[in-house]
Ligand binder design. Structure first.
Ligand SMILES: [Zn+2]
Length: 157
């Protein structure tokens, strides 16, 4: 499947997360062309700042495969991964990440880490596998950014 199709799956996960009372951010993990795990944001629902769509997706994939090594898997998310999720991806040996909206499309770029760029930061990530990390954004960018229209306060509901 082309990257757009997996991002569409992540968009569906984001919509589900919103329906469940969370922020409309979603991610899917793909292995051998199949979606093996999904994760929507549960930050607000669980009162857990680490419950990002991507981190939840990494947790589910590791549980499912019974490993902490996701080498060979690809993560697709609706929003540019944050520093925590990019690091978690490195710890999980994930070498490929694709995302939709850039942070500045949705929540501004002065949040958490000033002038954050997951694409740039990924060039400094080191994986146990020895592989370099590849991060590419902008897939279905507008559709993904639209998910987060209307969110004006990221500190509280
Ligand atoms: Zn994150």
């Amino acid at each position: 499947m082309p990257h757009e199709d997996y991002i569409k799956e992540a968009i569906n996960v984001a919509k589900e997360a919103e329906q469940n009372g969370g922020i409309a951010i979603g991610a899917v993990m793909v292995k051998d062309g199949k979606v093996i795990a999904k994760g929507g944001s549960t930050v607000w629902v669980d009162k857990d700042p680490s419950g990002h769509g991507e981190s939840n997706c990494i947790r589910e994939a590791c549980k499912k495969l019974s490993t902490t090594d996701l080498n060979g898997c690809t993560l697709y998310g609706t929003l540019e991964p944050c520093g925590m999720c990019l690091s978690a991806s490195a710890w999980a040996n994930l070498s490929e990440i694709y995302f939709g909206a850039y942070r500045e499309d949705a929540i501004g770029n002065n949040y958490e880490i000033n002038e954050w760029s997951a694409e740039k930061a990924s060039k400094n990530m080191r994986l146990f596998s020895g592989k370099s990390m590849k991060v590419n954004g902008g897939i279905l960018r507008e559709e993904c950014a639209d998910l987060l229209k209307g969110y004006t306060n990221w500190e509280k509901q």
